[in-house]
Design a protein around this ligand. Structure first.
Ligand SMILES: *Cc1c(COP(=O)(O)O)cnc(C)c1O
Length: 404
């Protein structure tokens, strides 16, 4: 069990007001708030230890390097990677996926096929489409059923001898569906095809074990898991990363540079060109501390309770339509009230202090499949309360008559 007051006291932003009302922050799927210890770690680093990593003999540089590499070890343990060589720091999930598409993409040839799903975030669609500028690649798409679950029967039928890659989200940022990625990966491996998992929405809510999943690549962002902005992680299976060419060129990723021939650094540095956000990376360890102290099972149980309660209460509203009803879904509720525009609903909720997201949520193909242009999305984190759900429901009751 968690003590919600102790948790909330670590997030100063939750005390602020919007239009004179207490903030009810239900936009956690876009970014979560940050506990004091993470912000303090950033401040401490700027005040005490700011020096570029891996380059200096001096004390500050060594301390900064140790802090960055400490986070790498923490992340490796957190997702049960075999080695820190498999943990590459990026700017976020988006850059992690672009890295794989650009680098692994070199191995793809005209006529090869990639399997994606209809519920992918644009970050897991567009990098694959960019490869189509130079090669004739076809992209096949797994559809969903009426509950918002992937059609695994269709998925299995999409494999041919030209299938070269599968990229799939672990948890949908719109529907909340938790995809059976272990099964999806096992099926791809039967065909000798590697799989990238977009873990941006899973890493804040589920225990991740890349070895149990047998994932080839797993991408996620610190800012969605109580960490700082500007930091992401790409996990990659060592043998694959070793075979792949560098993504960007620059400092840090080289062995030796001459105009005749340049050699590249060992993993993971081969994929980390330039100065990384070492301050953010160092502070990310504190977010992992927060999650581990609170306990992922406790976080998941609390969010699940809020999800059930909010879903039940939302159905009191006339014309309520909820998109995504898969059993065991994550704490994300996408909805529309009758034919009211998502933007109007979101704007009125904001006036009542409730922060939700509106629009296509970077998943336009999914919106098209659902036959809508966008939704309103409420999503929960460990610091949200039943009282906040009540405030959200009261606000919905107030605005629904204005929208019909
Ligand atoms: C947020 C999100 C991304 C992109 O993450 P960034 O931190 O913006 O790079 C990718 N996929 C999913 C499912 C997301 O929710």
């Amino acid at each position: 069990m968690i003590n919600i007051d102790t948790i909330r006291s670590q997030f100063p932003i939750l005390d602020r007001r919007v239009y004179g009302r207490p903030l009810v922050y239900l936009d956690n799927t876009a970014t979560s708030q940050t506990p004091r210890r993470v912000v303090e770690a950033i401040e401490q680093m700027y005040f005490n230890t700011k020096a570029n990593v891996h380059r200096g003999v001096h004390t500050l540089s060594q301390e900064a390097t140790d802090l960055q590499e400490h986070t790498r070890e923490r992340v490796a343990r957190y997702i049960n990677a075999e080695s820190t060589e498999e943990i590459i720091f990026t700017r976020g999930t988006t850059e992690a996926i672009n890295l794989v598409a650009a680098s692994y993409g070199n191995f793809l040839e005209n006529g090869d096929e990639i399997i994606l799903t209809v519920m992918e975030h644009h970050a897991n669609i567009v990098p694959w489409q960019l490869l189509q500028r130079n090669k004739r690649l076809s992209i096949k798409v797994v559809p969903i059923n009426e509950r918002g679950e992937l059609r695994l029967d269709v998925y299995r039928s999409l494999f041919t001898e030209r299938t070269r890659f599968v990229a799939v989200t672990h948890v949908s940022n719109v529907l909340g569906t938790v995809n059976p990625v272990k099964e999806i990966i096992a099926e791809a491996h039967r065909h000798g095809v590697p799989v990238l998992v977009d873990g941006a929405q899973a890493s804040p809510h589920l225990k991740i074990d890349v070895r149990d999943l047998d994932a080839d690549f797993y991408a996620f962002s610190a800012h969605k898991m109580y960490g700082p902005t500007g930091v992401g992680v790409l996990y990659g299976r060592r043998s694959l990363l070793q075979s792949m060419p560098p993504y960007q060129g620059g400092g840090e990723m080289i062995g030796h540079v001459s105009f005749e021939k340049t050699t590249f650094a060992e993993l993971p540095f081969k994929f980390e060109a330039g100065t990384p956000d070492f301050v953010g990376i160092a502070a990310f360890a504190k977010a992992l501390d927060f999650i581990e102290e609170t306990g992922m099972e406790n976080i998941a149980a609390h969010e699940h309770e809020l999800l059930e309660y909010a879903t039940e209460r939302m159905m009191e509203i006339d014309g309520m339509r909820i998109f995504g009803t898969a059993p065991g879904k994550s704490a994300v509720i996408s909805f529309l009230i009758g034919h009211a525009h998502h933007y109007d609903t979101g704007m009125l909720l904001d006036k009542l202090g409730v922060a939700v997201r509106t629009g296509h949520h970077c998943a336009q193909p999914l919106m098209t499949a659902l036959g809508i242009e966008g939704t309103v999305r409420a999503s929960f984190a460990v610091y949200n309360t039943r009282d906040e759900v009540d405030a959200f429901i009261a606000a919905l009751h107030r605005i629904a008559p204005m929208l019909q």
